[in-house]
Design a protein around this ligand. Structure first.
Ligand code: S3P
Length: 170
């Protein structure tokens, strides 16, 4: 068990849920998968939350949940890709644990996400361009929020998890 929160941040498709699940089992620390928790609280899919309430409202719900849940015990967080957009969330990431940016190349993200668009409200019509725009808008923000940058473009999930464990010494 760790003594501080671990926040996995990065783009959709960068591996946050997969790596969070592996890390959680290996270091025996519970995982909070933010999108899954928000879907449970709202009783609807992320896609439907976006459709019914819009992106701004989704961000408010996400931020207020993040602010509440991080006051509790020590967890690993697979955050939603947009968590870094809000200043309150940036403060939590900076002050209240270790933040790991899962850094995946744009080309690989586009390939990974192309068969998985139904549940992605921000990727609809021209998904390659939409991913590219979001990637370029956020890349520096992800980097500036991170204590550690882990490449996830070419390594296997086991290799990535091992690298993170080495960094955490866990
Ligand atoms: C979003 C990423 C999604 C989800 C929502 C918005 C984003 O989470 O929170 O669709 O703005 O990048 P994942 O990164 O887990 O796919």
């Amino acid at each position: 068990m760790l003594d501080k929160n671990i926040y996995l941040i990065g783009m959709m498709g960068s591996g946050k849920s997969t790596i969070g699940t592996l890390l959680s089992k290996q270091i025996n620390t519970p995982l909070i998968d933010m999108d899954i928790e928000l879907e449970k609280i709202m009783g609807m899919s992320i896609d439907r939350i976006f459709n019914e309430y819009g992106e701004n409202r989704f961000r408010m719900i996400e931020t207020s949940f993040f602010n509440e849940i991080t006051k509790n015990n020590v967890f690993i967080y697979a955050t939603g890709g947009g968590i870094v957009l809000d200043k309150k969330n940036q403060k939590i990431l900076a002050e209240n644990g270790v933040t790991i940016f899962l850094d995946c190349s744009l080309n690989i993200l586009q390939n990974r996400l192309k068969n998985n668009l139904d549940s992605r409200p921000l990727l609809k019509d021209n998904f390659k361009k939409q991913i590219a725009d979001i990637y370029h808008e956020r890349y520096d923000l992800y980097k500036s929020c991170a204590n550690f940058i882990q490449d996830t473009s070419t390594l296997t999930p086991d290799e990535i998890t091992n690298d993170i464990r080495k960094y955490l010494d866990a």
